[in-house]
Write a protein that binds this ligand. Structure first.
Ligand SMILES: *Cc1c(COP(=O)(O)O)cnc(C)c1O
Length: 411
């Protein structure tokens, strides 16, 4: 693969075992969408399914649908379906709330499980919500808790017998760098600490083995590679062994053992349902349902293989044709998730120019241009056209136009 040509990539598309998945998504014809790591594409089946849930289940059957269409069971049903994608047996998985809210519930619960320890360790430069939620928890608990954020290379040595919890994002949102989940999980346990993995950029992009690695807690995002739609309810995992003693702080009525007793006193449900808080978003769950119908058909190791290939090819082509960019992601595909970041001081404007050329990636401050390769619908030849366009933008200097320098709210 020393010399990558368009013909070579056309050959890879022709023999791609995942190629047929692309047709299950409603992607605009002339668009190359390299942002599936941030908002996954719309499955073609989703609008019809939502129409049915809206018109029939909501419109006709009304409140009876909570029973007849098992609306209240969806958090567990969808959770267990997601659990299969991350190596988690049934009864430990839930789909509910946002990733942010789930981080708060589980981080707080973890501290309660390690009452004599006062440290939570995380990584500086972690996704902002993870850091902010720990800071919020610290403000609430005062001296009882110390949040220690250290750089990636110092995390392992920071874990000690004072550590209650380690919270890390498996695939880094910006660099795409992957933590060794087996190693850090085992290390945390050696010190008696618990671990919470944020799988937001790993879910649906690679196989994960939560049960096998003895992970304690996990959360993840369903609107990225899973394609559950904007704001899709998030994934949450609590290992069986922690469920008896778990105490999560958002003790809403649907986490109660018998919510329809409307008893004045909270009593947690016995299983994973104790991590529920309020009423599930039925329409959002319906969109997630059709997305999982697709994801469940994909072989995760084939998916991972293609994703690594796409990233390798992108890195090689950028290195060759766009030398003005720095590769800000690991070049070793085993240390990289399904996205590649490249940096340039004018990254924002260059990305805006690329988007105006119908190639969508995104920008992460201060200078990261991020490209996500959702292996279910990205073609090998898309990588060629992307780098070709990028090289053209750099050669002509078209990114200098003032319209590409206006900052939007969402970058
Ligand atoms: C996308 C993402 C989230 C999303 O959190 P929300 O509550 O859905 O906004 C959380 N953590 C990481 C690491 C992410 O990449």
């Amino acid at each position: 693969m020393s010399e990558i040509s368009l013909e070579y990539l056309q050959g890879l598309d022709a023999t791609d075992p995942l190629a047929h998945f692309r047709d299950l998504f409603a992607l605009p014809e002339d668009l190359i969408y390299l942002d599936g790591n941030s908002l996954g594409a719309l499955p073609k089946q989703t609008p019809a399914h939502l129409q049915n849930v809206i018109k029939k289940q909501w419109g006709q059957e009304l409140i009876r649908s909570w029973n007849s269409h098992q609306w209240l069971q969806k958090p567990v049903q969808l959770g267990d379906r997601l659990g299969k994608l991350v190596g988690a047996a049934q009864g430990q998985n839930l789909v509910c709330d946002s990733t942010s809210v789930n981080i708060f519930k589980l981080a707080a619960a973890a501290i309660r499980l390690r009452p004599r320890r006062h440290k939570i360790i995380t990584e500086t430069g972690n996704f902002a919500t993870d850091l902010y939620l720990l800071q919020g928890l610290q403000r609430m608990l005062g001296d009882q808790l110390k949040v220690v954020a250290v750089s990636r290379d110092k995390v392992a040595t920071e874990i000690d017998k004072e550590t209650a919890l380690v919270l890390l994002t498996h695939t880094h949102y910006k660099s795409g760098q992957i933590w060794d989940m087996a190693e850090i999980t085992a290390l945390s346990h050696q010190h008696g600490a618990l671990i919470l993995w944020d799988l937001s950029h790993s879910l649906g992009a690679m196989p994960v083995y939560l049960d096998q690695l003895n992970v304690d807690f996990a959360v993840g995002c369903n609107y990225k590679y899973i394609n559950g739609g904007p704001g899709a309810p998030a994934y949450l995992y609590v290992a069986h062994r922690h469920q008896d003693k778990l105490e999560q702080p958002l003790t809403g009525w649907l986490g109660h053992r018998r919510p329809f007793d409307f008893d004045d006193h909270y009593q947690p449900a016995l299983g994973i349902e104790q991590t529920l808080c309020g009423t599930p978003s039925v329409l959002a769950n319906a969109a997630l349902e059709t997305a999982l119908d697709i994801m469940e058909q994909a072989d995760l190791s084939a998916l991972r293989h293609k994703s690594q290939q796409l990233g390798n090819i992108f890195i090689q082509l950028v290195t060759k044709f766009c030398p003005e960019f720095e590769i800000a992601s690991p070049t070793d595909p085993n240390q990289r998730g399904s996205q590649v970041s490249i940096t340039h001081p004018e990254g924002y404007a260059i990305m805006q120019n690329l988007i105006a050329s119908n190639i969508i990636g995104d920008f992460r401050a201060p200078n990261n241009m991020r490209f996500g390769f959702a292996p279910l619908y990205i073609r090998y030849t898309d990588i060629w056209h992307t780098v070709e366009t990028l090289a053209d933008i750099m050669a002509t200097g078209s990114w200098q136009e003032t319209r590409f320098h206006q900052r939007q709210t969402v970058t």
